[in-house]
Structures are given as structure tokens and as C-alpha cells.
Design a protein around this ligand. Structure first.
Ligand SMILES: [Zn+2]
Length: 336
């Protein structure tokens, strides 16, 4: 489970490193990971329990360079996996009953960290401000690029890269066109748009993503970098749905990012390495694109496993923002 460095007490204030801004200092803080519950949920997948502990209710494979959307009932689990090998995915999440409530990557980054680890939850936007889902199990290590613990939150590469990125966002055809002057219709943004149209959502519902199986970081100049995905045929990432959810995932046209570069539209016209356009010196991007599998599981013994779980309520703030609202002509303001 995740943890952060506890505050230091005896060091002079000017010598203390800045503490995490949202470090939970109170025992009842909602920022503590739900360790007991998530441990029970993780145990549902161990060989002694699985698969009788869970009932598979939905399964789907997102082909390379595509997008799909699916529902997950509150109190269920969903698993993303890479059965064909490394591939990064761009995940969006909404409340299934109200798409105005959606995943808020920036706040989640502040409350949890730049990359998600077991125990972290994915928080929703204002005015809802509550967990939509949580990371129950992270089965995607860094492989031989793992050089050690990341300060108590996951593992790091020699470059400081971590997996399951919240720093970046989805690739999109607008910035692609700006940079390459060519149109391309299968960036993650477009894949997500097409996937949610049958659910009544539009391009304006697409939001900043969680980049699953994606290793990123900031270099010494503070610039965003990406490393190749470390996912293997057995990598998986399991989430617990804290609300009824609509989820959407794009299998990024950048594939495993080992040959990332803008210019996907030119790939078909290139021969050989695809250098400069549609890939880099490591080869052609399209050849690094794979599927991602999605499974939804219902917990068989819900009463026992979810015995102390309650669907999180939206923020208690009433949303008046200091205003009083007239009830009508000649009337006193409505009670606040
Ligand atoms: Zn992408």
C-alpha cells in the first residue's frame, strides 16, 4: 500500500525538505488508503481464491490503435492487462449516471502522487470531489530497469521514471497537426471520442487521462519524458469501482512508446525504420502497438468482502460560494 514520508520534527524549519502538501496528518483523514479493504480485494486474485472468488461479468479486448468504453457497477472490480506484451493505455472515467462527474487527474496527482500505486484512489472533479475508483493491485513492475524504491511510492528507473503516469495527458490530433501539419484520426483523444459516442457523450467529455502501463517522469530541467512501457504478457492493473462507472480506454497509437514520435499519418508511406516520421531510430511505431484486455468482475461474497465499504459521498460543501440567492421579486433570499 502507498505511504509517504512522515513529517520531520527535530530539524530546523529552514533545513527541512518540503513535506507533501496533502500528507494525511489526522488518523481519520480521507486521504489514508483503505488498506484493509483493498488487501481483501487483492486477495481475491491469489491462486487459492481465484477464480471462484470472482464472477467475470464482462470481457473485452481493445485492439491496437482503438478505443472502447464499458460500464463497471459500484462495488465491482475491473482489470486491465497486456496479454500480447507492452502497450500503454489512456484511461478516462465518469460517473455512469452523470458524466459531469469525471476523473480529475490534476487533483489526484496532488492528493496521491505523480504516478499511481496500490492504495491510491482516482478522485472526481468539482463539485463532487470523491473517489471514483481505486488501485487495488499493480502487477506491472519495471523489470530490469528497476533501480529501487521510489521514496515509498512504487519503483523508479535510473532516470527517475515511474509507471502509471498522471503527469501527461492523451495524444491528440490537434497538437499532432500543429507539429506535423498532417491529419491523423486515431490518436488517443480520437479513440476515446469514438468510444463514448454510443453512450451519449461527446468530444467535450474527454478529459485528462491516467496513462496506464506508461513510464514517465520529469528530467533535471523539469521537462516531461517518456520511457518504453515495461509491461509484459502477464502485467495487470486492477481497480475497485467506488461508484457506478463508465470507463473508456484507448490503446495509444504510440504502442509501447519504444519508437515514439509524432507523424503516425505518414507511417504507411514510409519504408524501413520510419525514422523522423512515424517512429524514431528504434523503429516503426505501428509495429510496437498491441491490444489491452479489459475484464469486469463481480465479487461473489460481497457481504463479507465489502462489509465495511460505503459508496463515497460527494463533498459536503454546499456550493454557494458566498452568495445568497433571491427567492423571487420582493422575497427574502433563500435560506443558505
Ligand atoms: Zn496516445
Amino acid at each position: 500500500m502507498s505511504s509517504t514520508t512522515p513529517p520531520t520534527a527535530s530539524i530546523p524549519p529552514t533545513e527541512r525538505p518540503p513535506q507533501p502538501a496533502y500528507y494525511p496528518t489526522h488518523p481519520l483523514s480521507p486521504l489514508h488508503p483503505p488498506t484493509a479493504l483493498y488487501t481483501r480485494l487483492r486477495h481475491l486474485f491469489i491462486p487459492q481464491s481465484f477464480p471462484s472468488s470472482l464472477s467475470l461479468t464482462f470481457s473485452l479486448t481493445v485492439p491496437p490503435r482503438s478505443g472502447r468504453a464499458w460500464h463497471v457497477p459500484a462495488g465491482s472490480l475491473f482489470r486491465l492487462s497486456t496479454p500480447s506484451g507492452p502497450q500503454v493505455g489512456d484511461l478516462n472515467i465518469w460517473n455512469a449516471h452523470d458524466p459531469r462527474e469525471r476523473f480529475w487527474a490534476a487533483r489526484t496527482r496532488q492528493l496521491q502522487g505523480s504516478h499511481l500505486v496500490e492504495g491510491d484512489r482516482l478522485w472526481s472533479c468539482l463539485p463532487f470531489m470523491r473517489p471514483l475508483a481505486g488501485v487495488v493491485m499493480d502487477g506491472c513492475g519495471l523489470g530490469d530497469r528497476d533501480v529501487g524504491a521510489g521514496g515509498g511510492r512504487g519503483r523508479v528507473t535510473r532516470w527517475g521514471g515511474r509507471v502509471h503516469d498522471l503527469l501527461g495527458t492523451r495524444c491528440d490530433p490537434y497538437v499532432s497537426h500543429m507539429l506535423t501539419n498532417t491529419p491523423y484520426d486515431y490518436h488517443c483523444h480520437s479513440n476515446l471520442v469514438r468510444s463514448v459516442l454510443p453512450h451519449g457523450l461527446t468530444e467535450f467529455d474527454i478529459h485528462d487521462v491516467l496513462n496506464v502501463f506508461q513510464v514517465t517522469g520529469l528530467d533535471s530541467s523539469g521537462r516531461y519524458f517518456m520511457e518504453a512501457s515495461p509491461a509484459t504478457e502477464t502485467s495487470e492493473l486492477v481497480f475497485f469501482a467506488e461508484q457506478d462507472l463508465l470507463c473508456a480506454l484507448s490503446t495509444c497509437p504510440g504502442g509501447d512508446l519504444s519508437a515514439w514520435g509524432w507523424g503516425m499519418a505518414d507511417e504507411g508511406e514510409k519504408e524501413g525504420s520510419g525514422k523522423e516520421e512515424g517512429g524514431n531510430e528504434n523503429g516503426n511505431m505501428e509495429s510496437t502497438c498491441r491490444e489491452i484486455k479489459i475484464e469486469v468482475f463481480e465479487i461473489v461474497d460481497k457481504e463479507e468482502v465489502l462489509r465495511d465499504w460505503k459508496r463515497p459521498e460527494r463533498s459536503g460543501y454546499r456550493g454557494n460560494h458566498g452568495m445568497t440567492i433571491p427567492g423571487g421579486e420582493g422575497q427574502v433570499p433563500v435560506a443558505q
